[in-house]
Structure formats: C-alpha cells, structure tokens
Design a protein around this ligand. Structure first.
Ligand SMILES: [Zn+2]
Length: 201
C-alpha cells in the first residue's frame, strides 16, 4: 500500500491503482486501491476466480468476500449476537478492505450479506443497499479511524490518500465520503477479512 498511497493522477504510482482514469470520465478510482493490493498479495486459483483484482466493480468486491467466506457483514443482528455473547461488535483489522453502502437500512440488513447478481439483466433481483465506496483500513480503534483510499480529490484530479474518519457507533456511519447529493456520511456495510481471503501471502 505505501508504494501507491499517497499518489496523484498522472504519476506512475497512481497508474497502478487506475491506468484508465481521465478527468471527467465519470467514475472514481476507489476500487482500484484494494484491487491493486489484492493482486500484490497474490491470489490462489480460488481467489483469482472471484476477480477481486481485475475490476469486478464495488459490489463485485463484496461478492468476492462472500464467495470465499471472508466477508464480515456489519449487520444489527451480528452486532447484537456479539454483545449477547459477552463481547463487542466486530471491528475491521488493519489491512482489511472496508465497504460503505447507502440506501434504506433494511436493504442493508437483509441484502448486503447476499451475493449480488453480476449480469445487468438480473439487477432487479438484488435487494441490497448500494456500495458507494471501498478502501483499506489502517486503524479502526475507537471512533477516529484511519483509512487509505483512492477516489479522493474530484473529477479533475483523483488522489489516493490516508484519511482520518469519524466512526459513529450509534448510526454505524463514517464521515468523509459523500454521495452525489453531497450527503456527507455512509454506513459501514462490512469488510473483507484479509486473513480469511485466499491470498498467497
Ligand atoms: Zn450494506
């Protein structure tokens, strides 16, 4: 990760995250950072089959976690179960790939633990919330988190940066990413536990 973060569009480091991005192209580059790191960690045949490192999209990254048993869904039921067992709700560890989603909370609770259809014509079958951002956790202790994220900057210049983020345990939302309407917080959908994903290293 430190070989490509921080970096700025136009540099060789940033090209490793997203070689195709150009100003006003319309998409952001956030998915490129975990995809690049996934490739550098090395993939078993099972891991490669998920296409986690080849631009399978943001929902595709979650699909990869679910398919390999490495997805940790941040659902109310999972958090309640952890507390009832005498512990604390799970937190991502350094290196885990975290995902933020938007939309109705019941769609997140019921749908974000399910594999989303890959084919466009099957999209109507999907009932999960929309994955809006992905990045890599540096520290998720307390309520001030540190993350590494591409997709920063704007539609003229994209950046990959280390970012401080406020985590709100009451709402399960994280600051620092906004939707296209400028709404400034996102729900922690869950994360890929890198220790459980079939990486080579
Ligand atoms: Zn979700």
């Amino acid at each position: 990760m430190p070989t490509v973060v921080p970096s700025i569009y136009g540099t060789s480091a940033f090209k490793k995250i997203d070689a195709n991005w150009a100003p006003n192209i319309g998409h952001t580059t956030c998915g490129g950072l975990p995809a690049y790191v996934a490739g550098m960690l090395g993939l078993t045949a099972e891991g490669a089959a998920t296409r986690i490192n080849t631009g399978g999209g943001l929902a595709g990254m979650r699909n990869a976690g679910i398919a390999t048993g490495s997805w940790v869904h941040n659902g109310a039921m999972e958090r309640r179960r952890a507390v009832m067992a005498g512990g604390q709700p799970a937190r991502p560890k350094p290196g885990d790939f975290y995902l933020l989603c938007s939309g109705a909370v019941d769609r997140h609770e019921a749908g974000c633990n399910c594999i989303a259809p890959v084919k466009l014509e099957d999209a109507h079958k999907y009932r999960g919330a929309t994955i809006e951002h992905v990045g890599i956790v540096v520290s998720a202790e307390g309520n001030l988190w540190r993350t590494a994220d591409a997709g920063q900057g704007n539609q003229q210049v994209q950046l990959a940066l280390y970012v401080w983020r406020q985590f709100n345990p009451a709402t399960q939302q994280i600051t620092g990413e906004s939707d296209k309407f400028g709404k400034p917080m996102r729900r922690l959908c869950g994360w890929i536990d890198v220790d459980r994903f079939p990486f080579l290293t």
